[in-house]
Design a protein around this ligand. Structure first.
Ligand code: IMP
Length: 180
């Protein structure tokens, strides 16, 4: 699949992403105002750029941790069965937690990760995803905050990969195969 030739068409500019993150950060700050510590949990690897930009907009006491769940591998289809590949370093019991994801697609990953983390009894757990593809949903899951709702397209950039490539693009683009 990754051998097929493709081009990337810009879908969301770097400027639009930055503006949206500023607005999201204001909402998050309002929600967690007065917290003595917010544990911001990035889901590896796709959220690494988003979490980096988001935490720099948050004027809150923040701790950053990471969790890795199994995902697409090198293909374009979700595996559906979610496994935790790398657990958090820190404790979250009694803490305020914000889980940061790149895309909610079928919904399996974020819904599974949320259940997994809720079993550790955080004080509050909220979720944010930069992108949402509601047309692809297989489980009833809605993130607390969404950056952009997008159609059912395969996207890359701003941390998001296709077969581990294109994570370094500063914008979100859609993959268009040129051999069809
Ligand atoms: P879900 O479990 O189906 O919601 O899948 C979420 C994960 O699938 C995301 O964290 C991404 O890693 C991956 N994913 C979903 N859509 C795309 C896409 O368009 N491009 C690249 N990865 C995607």
């Amino acid at each position: 699949m990754s051998q097929r030739p493709y081009v990337i068409d810009e879908m969301i500019s770097a400027k639009s992403i930055a503006a949206r993150i500023e607005a999201l950060a204001r909402d998050i700050q309002e929600e967690f105002a007065g917290t003595n510590k917010l544990v911001v949990v990035g889901l590896l690897r796709g959220s690494f750029v988003f979490i980096a930009d988001l935490v720099r907009e948050l004027d809150l006491p923040v701790e950053v941790d990471f969790l890795e769940a199994s995902s697409y591998g090198d293909g374009m289809e979700s595996s559906r069965e979610v496994r935790i590949l790398k657990d958090l370093r820190g404790q979250i019991e009694g803490r305020d937690v914000l889980v940061v994801e790149d895309i909610v697609d079928t919904g399996h990953t974020l819904s599974h990760v949320s259940q997994f983390l809720l079993s550790r009894l955080p004080a509050r757990l909220r979720t944010i995803a930069l992108l949402d593809k509601p047309a692809r949903r297989e489980v009833d899951f809605k993130a607390d905050w969404i950056g952009f709702e997008i159609p059912d397209e395969f996207v890359v950039g701003y941390g998001i990969d296709f077969a581990q490539r294109n994570r370094n693009l500063p914008f979100i683009g859609k993959v268009r195969f040129t051999d069809v």
